[in-house]
Design a protein around this ligand. Structure first.
Ligand SMILES: NC(=O)c1ccc[n+]([C@@H]2O[C@H](COP(=O)([O-])OP(=O)(O)OC[C@H]3O[C@@H](n4cnc5c(N)ncnc54)[C@H](OP(=O)(O)O)[C@@H]3O)[C@@H](O)[C@H]2O)c1
Length: 409
């Protein structure tokens, strides 16, 4: 977790009172406006964090909280946000319906015990304590664990809580801020739940719904790199032209085939699968399900005997229902995957996985996800940020929400 930002006995903190501590010391306020460094002559950094102290809809419960962060001590570092994505799980966490819930605390001097929202993000090191060994000013880092609260302009934490991006050359804040959840999830599900026959490169398939999600896009590109064909399911858009444009996006990433949800659940789909897989000679060995309901059932029906379906999301909020015959006669295996728990247990493997993906990104083999940027500077109102977060769960978006911090230091 992030360490205490400032002791309340030393500095009055709270919403909108950042200048108090400067006045208390008789310092003419050098507080930042957009683009200026938020730091006092005493080395205290001014920070804003999107916090919540009760569960509910983001627009109702998120607040922007001003506070001061003391200069780094020992192995502590001060970080400045570069970019942070708005993932569905972040919203579920704020709603209180996600299994992991960051504790509500008063460490940032909030009036009520609160948590900082957000789980993923890229930060730049702006100051280091005298005992810091592995990080330097200017390094880019991501959080080692989820639940550390990334929707904040600045943060103070122990260097052991951050993963350093060893080589940031050729990489952007967007790429780094979105690498640790979705691409890692896709990577591990493809690698760890199926024993691919690598001698049959290009002759085995995976099928997935939510193919245009962050995870889905990553799965398409990784499978392409690893010689696995992909059958991808997306939802229809308002017009046939928009649907075709979305399918084209998937093909441009390396999708082998793209169908809509309606096509997936139609009676014709069986024939489509037969044709694509050369009458089953090219087996579908893995299904990745983030939707549930009828979509999940239809995915399962396409699987070759002995294959796996991994459920990692529940966007339709419908349960996964499986025909008994699939379990009895086809020997299918149904699993779930949660990258947070996996990452906590496998921190070194997570770091290696991230490096692999960043190498592919640097080589131009892993494209950026489309985003809808929400620019965040010192003047940005909390309501603008909260409303942006609220939009995250609405469907048919052109891109994932991304908080882009525009302060210079
Ligand atoms: N288990 C894990 O470790 C793990 C890790 C990462 C993500 N996830 C889960 O994976 C899912 C995708 O996350 P993401 O960050 O990749 O998503 P994202 O980029 O934000 O995209 C959301 C996806 O969900 C689809 N969607 C939204 N509402 C839907 C509905 N009612 N029915 C069917 N599809 C719907 C969207 O399709 P449209 O464009 O058609 O709206 C889009 O494909 C989420 O459920 C997330 O919680 C799980």
């Amino acid at each position: 977790m992030f360490t205490r930002a400032v002791t309340r006995s030393a500095i009055a903190t709270g919403r909108g009172n950042a200048s108090l501590f400067l006045r208390a010391r008789g310092v003419a306020s050098p507080l930042a406006s957009a683009g200026r460094r938020c730091i006092s002559v005493y080395g205290y950094t001014q920070s804003k964090a999107l916090i919540y102290s009760r569960y509910g809809e983001p627009k109702d419960v998120l607040q922007l909280h001003n506070h001061s962060i003391s200069p780094p001590n020992g192995s502590q570092v001060i970080l400045r946000l570069l970019a942070a994505p708005l993932n569905p799980a972040d919203v579920n966490q704020i709603q209180g319906v996600y299994p992991s819930k960051p504790p509500f605390e008063t460490t940032l001097g909030t009036q009520e015990p609160s948590a900082v929202a957000g789980n993923e993000g890229a930060f730049e090191v702006v100051a280091t304590g005298s005992g810091v060994k592995n990080l330097s000013k200017g390094d880019w880092v991501i959080m080692k664990r989820t639940g550390q609260g990334t929707w904040r302009t600045h943060a103070q934490l122990d260097e052991s809580q951050a993963i350093k991006i060893e080589n940031k050359d050729g990489l952007t804040p967007l790429q780094i801020s979105t690498v640790s959840v979705n691409p890692v999830t896709a990577y591990r599900m493809i690698k760890d739940f199926c024993e691919w026959d690598w001698m049959r490169s290009g002759e085995e398939w995976l099928i997935q719904n939510g193919a245009n999600s962050g995870v889905g896009r990553a799965a398409i590109q990784l499978a392409r790199e690893w010689g696995i064909k992909t059958l991808n399911v997306v939802r229809e858009r308002k017009t046939p032209e928009e649907t075709e444009a979305l399918k084209k996006e998937m093909f441009d990433l390396g999708a082998t085939a793209v169908v809509t949800e309606s096509e997936l659940v139609s009676g014709e789909f069986r024939n489509t699968v037969k044709e694509l897989t050369r009458q089953g000679k090219e087996p579908i060995r893995l299904a990745l399900n983030c939707v549930g309901g009828k979509s999940a059932t239809a995915l399962a029906k396409t699987l070759a005997p002995g294959s796996h379906m991994v459920t990692y999301g529940a966007m339709s909020k419908q349960p996964v229902a499986l025909p008994s015959g699939l379990l009895i006669f086809k020997d299918l295996v149904f699993d779930g995957f949660w990258v947070s728990r996996w990452g906590d247990k496998n921190s070194q493997l997570k770091a290696n996985t991230i490096n692999d993906i960043l190498e592919l990104t640097r080589a131009g083999k892993f494209k950026d996800i489309p985003v809808e940027e929400i620019k965040w500077n010192w003047e940005t109102e909390g309501s603008v940020l909260a409303n942006g977060v609220q939009e995250t769960l609405s469907g048919f978006r052109s891109g994932k929400g991304l908080l882009k911090y525009e302060g210079s230091d």
